[in-house]
Ligand binder design. Structure first.
Ligand code: ADP
Ligand code: ADP
Length: 231
């Protein structure tokens, strides 16, 4: 795992006087699973994108293991962070296998090891490699696309996982299995995981700590599920 620190993190989008994220401070411990819960539009996705450096903060800092992400080499960043999103973000012109292989190949894994890893990841998310390896994203259901998105995020074995409503379209039985797999990865491999959901039950099941967010990502509560449930 790796520590993640957000310091006075702020994002203003051009043309919008109200910041999407306003001065957020948070420390996430190595190997911790933190869930962000909050209403639509409160800045959860914006925060996740800033941590993954898909967008730049207006001000403030993000440090992973004491290193500012702004100074981090892009390939190193890809190796550190796996990112799974609601819309899966798969590249449409690439097969399932090519999508999953992308980050491992980019970070220098040899082909044989990558191929084996693709099979392993498809098994993990419950998709038969023989059936799904060669398909294109458009040939998959929404839930299957999300599962491939999760497989891709995990493929290069990153110490940090950012998951932005990754199971929204997945059927309940598979979702339950994937939630258990996530907890296992965290416990056995000490991944640091930031998980966004608007599903309170999912937050309670997964979180070591839950950040209850209000507008502009103001942190209303940041505590264990037990403490949140008794408050
Ligand atoms: P959440 O993930 O919690 O639903 P978002 O981070 O997507 O929230 O959005 C936070 C706020 O920022 C919302 O008010 C949204 O309308 C605004 N916003 C998000 N993306 C952009 C953008 N690209 N340009 C302008 N405003 C945006
Ligand atoms: P852009 O070129 O638009 O800045 P990227 O090339 O970084 O975006 O990413 C393209 C797509 O891949 C996006 O949908 C993004 O959400 C997704 N993506 C980015 N980083 C990762 C990652 N580490 N793992 C999986 N998907 C990612």
């Amino acid at each position: 795992g790796a520590t993640i620190e957000l310091e006075n993190l702020t994002k203003r989008y051009p043309g919008n006087p109200t910041p999407a994220v306003d001065c957020v401070n948070m420390e996430i411990k190595a190997g911790e699973l933190v869930v962000f819960v909050g209403p639509s539009g409160c800045g959860k996705t914006t925060t996740m994108k800033m941590i993954n450096r898909l967008i730049e903060p207006t001000s403030g800092r993000i440090r992973i293991d004491d290193e500012d992400v702004t100074d981090m080499d892009p390939v190193k960043l890809r190796r550190k962070i796996g990112y799974a999103i609601q819309s899966s973000g798969l590249f449409p012109h690439m097969t399932v296998a090519q999508n999953i292989a992308l980050v491992p190949r980019m970070t220098g894994w040899p082909k044989g090891r990558t191929d084996a890893r693709v099979e392993e990841m498809l098994d993990l998310v419950g998709l038969d490699p023989g059936e799904f390896r060669g398909r294109y994203p458009r040939q998959l259901s929404g839930g299957q696309q999300q599962r491939v998105g999760v497989a891709r995020a995990l493929a290069a074995d990153p110490p940090v996982l950012l998951m932005d409503e990754p199971f929204g379209a997945v059927d309940p039985i598979t979702r339950d299995h994937l939630q258990d797999e996530l907890i296992r990865l965290q416990h056995e491999l000490h991944k640091t995981i930031v998980f966004v959901t608007h599903d309170f039950d999912e937050a309670i099941k997964l979180g070591d700590r839950i950040a209850v967010l209000r507008e502009r990502s103001h942190i209303a509560q940041f505590d264990t599920p037990e403490a949140i449930l008794t408050n």
